[in-house]
Design a protein around this ligand. Structure first.
Ligand code: SF4
Ligand code: SF4
Length: 407
């Protein structure tokens, strides 16, 4: 006999027989408790339930900040449509939200210094980690007659908060109520299911302590955080590193610092993350093994084949046709290390790279590193240079002159 189930869109308990009629003969109707148990058994860190009513506040925000988010829609992610989970599955009844910690193990300092943590063990292409867990969870649901559908355009963080799984920070990130020491190093994964389950009490609120003086906003190097809970995504280093238009503007090169892909500054300074950041974590062996492939000099001088085999399967937002962007980011990061060990690689890139933007950024980086050998290299490169590349060389050499040759 089916058990009693609770429907989030009804105000009473009822005996739901629809899945039995629709799907034949699942032996037992799943309860929330059984789903929660299975999610934990598979390895998820938390799970919550909420109804599929539209996220009206999110739609309003997207309309108000249309200019800030249009690029997402142009890239094929229908954010506005995703605010109505009913569009994902017409007979959907409930949103189930899973929480997965992406900072479960430690990462090499080098990797954390140049790449956002959430990308370091991203298996969306390799499908050998989180993807297997999601698959196992959905198979479990399916085996019990519950259809589920994932959609990347759902407002996953807001769904997590509506499912009672945590609160927001003024840096616009989602903080777990219990996973990873209540930090923001978590991925919420919302999916629509065609079964009614009682919603959990929502926790849609900002959970920052009063005493924090907006450390995240002050720390954001590119001023992408315009105020509490207000981000201009197109100024975020994450966006700039993989979607920024053309050559990185001069005024952003130093603020973007050492990051090549992504950014964690507003998470690193957040006191809500301090407990997790202080926790001794075992090293992630998979990411440690990737470290040699992600050295800046290798990124700067890689070819398409190297990119496609070593880099793209792990960080895939930029296609092979955008190799120049990876190389430009690597050159800019090298300059910001101010480490003379990169002079030879940058000089070689100035001579060999086919893309003017990469050559120009390498010239800028030589100027940023400074010192006699960099100056000598730039003077030699000036002979025969033209266009933007020449402008960057001259600007770098002007920098030497202004500083009396001390840079
Ligand atoms: S990720 Fe970096 S650039 Fe983006 S908002 Fe946070 S601190 Fe600013
Ligand atoms: S740094 Fe402070 S204001 Fe920003 S998210 Fe963390 S606790 Fe909130």
């Amino acid at each position: 006999m089916p058990k009693r189930s609770e429907c989030s869109s009804c105000s009473f308990l009822f005996i739901c027989v629809a899945p039995f009629l629709a799907r034949g003969n699942p032996l037992i109707m799943l309860t929330k408790a059984e789903i929660v148990h299975k999610a934990v058994q598979i390895g998820f860190d938390d799970i919550g339930f909420t109804g599929i009513e539209p996220f009206a506040s999110q739609l309003d925000l997207l309309k108000q900040r249309q200019g800030s988010y249009d690029w997402v829609e142009r890239r094929g992610l229908a954010l506005r449509q995703g605010t109505d989970p009913g569009t994902v599955m017409p007979d959907g009844k409930t949103l189930v939200v899973l929480i997965s910690v992406y900072y479960r193990q430690g990462y090499p300092d080098y990797m954390e210094g140049h790449f956002g943590r959430c990308y370091l063990d991203d298996d969306r292409i390799t499908k050998d980690g989180l993807a297997l867990q999601i698959k196992a969870f959905r198979r479990f649901l399916g085996d019990h007659g519950v259809a589920s559908k994932l959609a990347p355009n759902l407002p996953h963080r807001l769904a997590a908060a509506r499912a009672g799984l945590g609160t927001f920070g003024k840096n616009c990130l989602f903080f777990s109520r219990k996973a990873a020491r209540q930090s923001s190093f978590v991925l919420p994964i919302a999916m629509v299911v065609d079964r009614c389950f009682a919603p959990d009490p929502p926790t849609v609120a900002v959970g920052c302590p009063d005493w924090c003086r907006n450390a995240c906003i002050a720390a954001c190097p590119t001023r992408a955080l315009k105020g509490p809970c207000h981000i201009e995504p197109r100024r975020c280093i994450s966006y700039l590193s993989y979607y920024g238009e053309g050559m990185t503007p001069l005024e952003l090169r130093e603020p973007m610092g050492l990051y090549v892909y992504g950014c964690d500054r507003c998470q690193n300074v957040c006191p809500r993350n301090a407990a997790r950041l202080a926790e001794p974590l075992p090293m992630n062996a998979k990411v440690a093994a990737k470290e040699p492939d992600f050295q800046l000099e290798r990124l700067l001088r890689m070819d398409k084949a190297y990119f496609e085999t070593k880099i793209w399967p792990h960080m895939f937002y930029m296609p092979a046709d955008d190799l120049w962007r990876w190389q430009m980011n690597a050159a800019r990061a090298m300059g910001n290390t101010r480490d003379p060990k990169y002079i030879d690689d940058l000089t070689a890139a100035c001579k060999e790279n086919a893309d003017e933007k990469v050559r120009a950024m390498a010239a800028w980086a030589l100027g940023r590193i400074g010192g006699g050998p960099a100056r000598t290299a730039l003077e030699a490169l000036k002979l025969g240079a033209d266009g933007v590349f020449l402008q960057e060389i001259e600007s770098a050499l002007d920098g030497f002159a202004l500083s009396g040759g001390s840079v």
